[in-house]
Write a protein that binds this ligand. Structure first.
Ligand code: PLP
Length: 393
């Protein structure tokens, strides 16, 4: 069956160059980078090389890069590691649209007695920076706000946010899992203290992440163990995956231009054709400030899960909301926070592209999607009610 994979915000294909770079580190070079002998030493050098590539990609110093097991660990480590460093402060600020890797940690902390402020977003998914300013108190230990949203692709003005936070002397973390590789990130001249990324969103494998910790930032390790990662994260390094992530960052640096030109043009083409061919369709999120690969659309009066299944039957792999919430029929917390009407939020689909997508694939989606929506609307009582109401007008 033909496969059109447009679910790249859920995960990406491992780039062939990345896999090739990783393979010798499963077989030939299996030493422990901490070992004193030459066999470990050659592996240590490769880990250092990967660290330099990641640092170069982010505009950071190699010593500021801590390898972790995934984006979720990086987020958890940033939040819990900072709170441990400021035990006297009991307040943190986040948003209502974070990924569960941040959102659920905040819910857990609330249960533990912390006070959490969740900033709201408007109908376009944008933050109100005055609300942020007003929320900061002397008790605030950390502000954690995502760089770009995984469902809508909306990009927050992260440096502006950082300026507000830093002016109050508070540590600032951002979950850049969806931004990395899609838009340029430069930590050299930045207000960001900590930043999380995840390998599998940028053509490295699942199960490798990075937490960037700016030099001088107070941080208590989340995983306590050996001296690895300069004492900031215990555990023997996942060498092949670290090597793979290094290569993926090198490629991402080269491909960012293509992401913002060819991939963006494909996304815009898909969006325009969908809006032209399917009535009662809304685009979710600020169209001026969006990741170049992401399109969240709502088809009124139909169920997102049904659309996904019918798309899947013809080989199109998309997503409704984030992959972590699929399986639940509740509209996504992001669309609810944005105030997307119930009738539309239920029928939302996310298409997320990568450099491996083609125009021919977009045409394939445009060929199959309109009849699928029509078929579902034909059996939808809500659509029938809507048509009746239109007739009466
Ligand atoms: N943060 C965001 C914004 C994400 O989209 C994801 C994954 O979907 C994560 C964090 C979690 O990353 P990982 O799957 O590597 O744990």
């Amino acid at each position: 069956m033909k496969i059109v994979y447009v679910d790249n915000n859920a995960t990406t294909k491992v780039a062939p160059e990345v896999l090739e770079e990783m393979l010798p580190y499963f077989s030939e070079y299996y030493g422990n980078p901490s070992s004193m002998h030459f066999f470990g030493g050659q592996v240590q050098r490769k880990v250092n090389e990967a660290r330099e590539k990641v640092a170069d990609f982010l505009g950071a110093e190699p010593s500021e890069i801590v390898f972790t097991s995934c984006g979720t660990e990086s987020d958890n480590a940033a939040i819990l590691g900072t709170l441990n460093s400021y035990p006297e402060k009991r307040h943190l600020i986040t948003t209502r649209v974070e990924h569960p890797a941040v959102g659920n940690v905040c819910t857990y902390l609330e249960r533990k007695g912390y006070h959490v402020t969740e900033l709201s977003v408007d109908r376009e998914g944008r933050l109100d920076l005055d609300e942020l300013k007003e929320s900061i108190t002397d008790q605030t230990a950390l502000v954690t706000i995502m760089y770009a949203n995984n469902e809508t692709g909306v990009i927050f003005p992260i440096e502006e946010i950082g300026e507000i936070v830093k002016a109050r002397g508070i540590p600032f973390h951002t979950d850049a899992v969806q931004a990395a590789g899609k838009i340029p990130i430069n930590l050299k001249k930045s207000t960001i203290d900590m930043l999380s990324i995840s390998g599998h969103k940028l053509h490295a494998p699942k199960g490798i992440g990075v937490l960037y910790i700016r030099k001088g930032t107070k941080f208590s390790p989340f995983l306590i163990g050996g001296h690895q990662e300069k004492g900031r994260r215990g555990g023997t390094e996942n060498v092949p995956y670290i090597v793979g992530l290094g290569k993926a960052c090198e490629l991402a640096k080269k491909n960012i231009e293509e992401e913002n030109t060819r991939v963006k043009a494909l996304r815009d083409y898909l969006e325009a054709k969908i809006l032209e061919k399917i009535p009662n369709t809304l685009v979710n999120g600020d169209r001026k400030n969006r990741l170049p690969n992401t399109l969240s659309v709502s088809f009124e009066y139909v169920e997102g899960e049904s659309i996904l299944l019918l798309l899947s039957d013809v080989g199109i792999c998309a997503s409704s909301g984030s992959a972590c919430t699929s399986g639940s029929l509740e509209p996504s917390h992001v669309l609810r926070a944005m105030g997307v009407p119930f009738t539309a939020a239920h029928g939302s689909i996310r298409f997320s592209l990568s450099i491996y997508n083609t125009k021919e694939e977009m045409d394939y989606i445009i060929e199959h999607l309109p009849p699928i929506i029509q078929k579902l609307r034909d059996i939808s009582p809500f659509w029938k009610d809507y048509l009746k109401a239109q007739e009466k007008r």
